[in-house]
Design a binder for this molecule. Structure first.
Ligand code: PMP
Length: 393
């Protein structure tokens, strides 16, 4: 039986990591993989996370199973962080296996509720969105998103395309810090998106993987809160991988907001059922770190301060890179780098130019010219800027 399996195409980003490791050139720069790195190139364990782990180690007396939905403390704390307050009469939630697990189960939930669901997804999007939908056989349609000329959002195109989603369809939206482009909507534009969905009855599935990496913890949740306040039904898949730096702990949450307590209860039951089918009980260690931090004022303050350091480091690198490129190109055509938010920017370079950056300057980025800003530091920014100009981008 096993010999019937077809070889899987290797993940492009993981391949890039291997290629980078094998490159023996001095001064090579990795802008590929999507993890935060500090200026020393390290993905650190955050201070508040270390302290929370210490407290858990000291106080935990059992590792018996949690509930199928995960711990209520965790879900309430995280729902509060995302939504501002917990709308208990509307909210169903389950702890998930990272943000990816939440997305996967949001799609399963949608299909249980509406077997004919079509998902509208931005062009481009995080490749795993498409991969999961293909694997599940969930039909999807891409909506226009990135404007190759301005490197901003093609908002007119986006509006026209998402308006085609019907009642009961899903529109997958990046709540902040769009991956892979870095281009985001303004709050006024989010209002327009809400109005379109309000009219059609299509349901937003908000992927919130970078809260706190863009304009701030509250600011990055503003779009999600706006949609949650205006629309009767909203699905949210949030990840703690980046903002708590706990990538490998697999910590996320799936939230479903309904328009009645009856809808909430049905969603809660279905979501717990999906956990049961997929893995029974969700991972607890990361969730416990998050709830330990978010339910203690001192740890929360410590964590927020470090998250701000992370965010400001990336903003500083954006400003520096845009400024270097302004000087070298004698134009403002790279200013979009400064306007983008989150860990990524799409440069808008051709695959040949991306290959040239690799061959001539040992600079690695994803083939679609997505670069991880956090892969830079103040010494490597000028190197990248020079290489971008030399590659004719
Ligand atoms: N959504 C987006 C847009 C992401 O970039 C990522 C992480 N790369 C995820 C979801 C999933 O994150 P997690 O590691 O928590 O599964």
């Amino acid at each position: 039986m096993l010999s019937n399996l077809k070889p899987q195409a290797p993940d492009k980003i993981l391949m890039l990591i291997e290629e980078f490791k094998a490159d023996t050139r001095q001064g090579k720069i990795d802008l590929g993989v999507g993890v935060y790195k500090n200026p020393e190139g390290v993905t650190p364990v955050m201070r508040a996370v270390k302290e929370a782990e210490k407290r858990i180690w000291d106080s935990q007396i059992s590792k018996a199973y949690t509930g199928l939905a995960g711990e209520a403390d965790y879900r309430n704390a995280l729902a509060g962080m995302v939504l501002g307050s917990v709308p208990a009469d509307r909210l169903a939630s389950v702890a998930s296996v990272g943000g990816t697990g939440a997305i996967r189960q949001a799609l399963e939930l949608a299909r249980m509720a509406n077997p004919d669901v079509t998902v509208y997804v931005s062009d481009p999007t995080w490749p795993n969105h498409l991969s999961i939908m293909k694997f599940m056989g969930v039909p999807y349609v891409e909506y226009r998103y990135f404007d190759g000329a301005t490197r901003g959002v093609d908002f007119e195109g986006m509006k026209a395309d998402i308006a085609k989603a019907k009642k009961g369809d899903l529109v997958l939206l990046h709540g902040c810090c769009h991956n892979p482009t870095g281009a985001n909507l303004t709050l006024a534009q989010w209002e327009e998106v809400a109005a379109i969905l309000e009219k059609s009855g299509a349901i937003p599935l908000i992927d919130l993987a970078y809260q706190g990496f863009g304009d701030g913890l509250e600011e990055d949740a503003a779009a999600t809160r706006l949609l949650a306040g205006r629309l009767p039904e909203v699905l949210i898949a949030a990840s703690c991988s980046k903002n708590f730096g706990i990538y490998r702990e697999r910590t996320g949450i799936l939230m479903a907001l309904g328009d009645s307590t009856a809808a909430r209860d049905l969603s809660q039951g279905a979501m717990a059922f999906l956990n049961r089918q997929n893995f029974s009980f969700p991972p607890d260690h990361g969730a416990r770190i998050v709830s330990t931090i978010l339910t203690d004022a001192g740890l929360t303050a410590e964590w927020k301060a470090e998250l701000e350091e992370v965010r400001n480091t990336m903003l500083g690198l954006r400003t520096q890179l845009a400024s270097e490129l302004r000087d070298l190109s004698g134009s403002d055509r790279f200013d979009f780098i400064q306007h983008h938010r989150g860990m990524f920017s799409r440069l808008g370079a051709t695959p040949e130019q991306v290959a040239k950056l690799k061959s001539d300057a040992a600079i690695y980025m994803v083939g679609d010219s997505r670069l991880n800003i956090a892969g830079l530091n103040s010494d490597t920014v000028p190197v990248l800027a020079r290489a971008i100009i030399d590659a004719g981008i």
